[in-house]
Design a binder for this molecule. Structure first.
Ligand SMILES: *Cc1c(COP(=O)(O)O)cnc(C)c1O
Length: 364
């Protein structure tokens, strides 16, 4: 276990001010009073683990991350429980995925226990910032950047900084849950075989903004990514995985695209694949093409579609638009199976429902 040097902020925000900020936190706008940093140097490994006041990082303009984007991140939430304690949802799964991303980006692995220890320290120091309002949570953002100075490109950085910051947040898509409209991107590709699609690296997002802008220009909320070779097979929606509901009521079953290496292996996706069978909803991982999506909606076989991820949990997809036209799913409203899965998952996360898979981990 690595030893953390703990230095708390000299002055904490008065409770009244904090409560005013927590009344309307937005998403990823407001940050708590502390952060965790751990450094890694070639030959020495991980060292200088610190909990310190939140604040700017001073970096040389020639630092590698600015030029070659050797960076990756994680995202998970801390939830206030009915008894006041604070938990997270499958943090060891995030720690494991972080290391898989590290391997791909030629960055050093961080021991899973250290990853979770960093979350515990930060949440404990800033526990008053964990929202108590329904649907709100503390979004945790661990990330790692290449901090070696110099612009050589023959080797990965010899120095890194791991950092965790925390952001009290309201629901990701504000207001009542309303289905999103999506634009099928055929001009741009998120990920190709052999690339970084399965790694949670910032570069994937940097390359995605232009397609998201195009989606908005087309009158849609979000972009849906198709496979790189044929622009035919459905992969993901923005930063979320996709599910399709076939049938309805007791006959409902779930289909989601398989993890081919170009999709980000979402922990929400994995959790739904395990949770749905508990509710009597069979699941399968199958490739689905744009034509099949459209035809199965037209025939009535495909009744609902939704996207899932930590930030927005489960978001129904109501309208699908592409170069060759558009179609509406389930009358543009959230379907019953989508609503049921959402309620079940959120219930586990906020401690209102039993946790049969032991996904909840106490942080503070
Ligand atoms: C983070 C992310 C997801 C969702 O992963 P969760 O672990 O469920 O939050 C899906 N797609 C992309 C591209 C992502 O970056």
């Amino acid at each position: 276990m690595i030893e953390f040097d703990v230095k708390l902020a000299d002055q904490r925000k008065p409770a009244g001010e904090r409560e005013a900020l927590l009344a309307d936190p937005g998403f990823g706008q407001l940050f708590t009073e502390h952060m965790v940093t751990i450094e890694w140097t070639k030959g020495e490994g991980w060292h200088d683990a610190r909990l310190r006041p939140y604040g700017p990082l001073a970096l040389d303009p020639a630092t590698k991350v600015f030029h070659y984007a050797q960076e990756l991140f994680e995202g998970l939430k801390a939830y206030r429980q009915p008894d006041g304690s604070i938990v997270s949802f499958r943090p060891y799964a995030n720690a494991a995925r972080f290391n898989i991303s590290c391997d791909r980006m030629a960055m050093p692995r961080l021991p899973e226990e250290t990853f979770v220890q960093a979350l515990e320290l930060l949440v404990d120091a800033d526990r008053d910032w964990v929202p108590t309002r329904e649907g709100h949570s503390l979004y945790l953002r661990p990330f790692i950047i290449a901090t070696e100075t110099g612009m050589g490109v023959n080797a990965p950085s010899a120095r890194y900084l791991f950092c965790v910051i925390a952001s009290p947040s309201a629901a990701y898509f504000s207001g009542a849950i309303k289905p999103v409209s999506v634009w099928l991107s055929t001009e741009y590709t998120r990920a190709a075989p052999g690339g970084t699609g399965f790694a949670k690296c910032g570069g994937n997002y940097a390359a995605a903004f232009v397609a998201q802008q195009q989606a908005v220009e087309e009158g849609c909320d979000q972009v849906v990514w198709l496979d790189a070779a044929e622009h035919r097979w459905v992969e993901e929606m923005g930063g979320m995985n996709l599910f399709f509901v076939y049938g309805s009521g007791a006959e409902a079953r779930l289909v989601t695209p398989p993890l081919t290496g170009t999709l980000l292996p979402g922990i929400t996706r994995d959790s739904l694949l395990k949770l749905a069978p508990d509710l009597g909803i069979p699941v399968s991982e199958e490739k689905i093409s744009v034509e099949q999506w459209r035809d199965d909606v037209a025939s009535g076989a495909l009744t609902e579609a939704f996207a899932c991820g930590t930030a927005a949990v489960i978001t129904p997809v109501g309208r699908v638009k592409g170069a060759s036209g558009e179609f509406v799913i389930g009358g543009g409203a959230m379907g019953a199976t989508t609503a049921r899965l959402r309620e079940e998952l959120v219930g586990i996360q906020y401690g209102d429902k039993p946790d049969p898979h032991a996904w909840i981990t106490k942080l503070a």
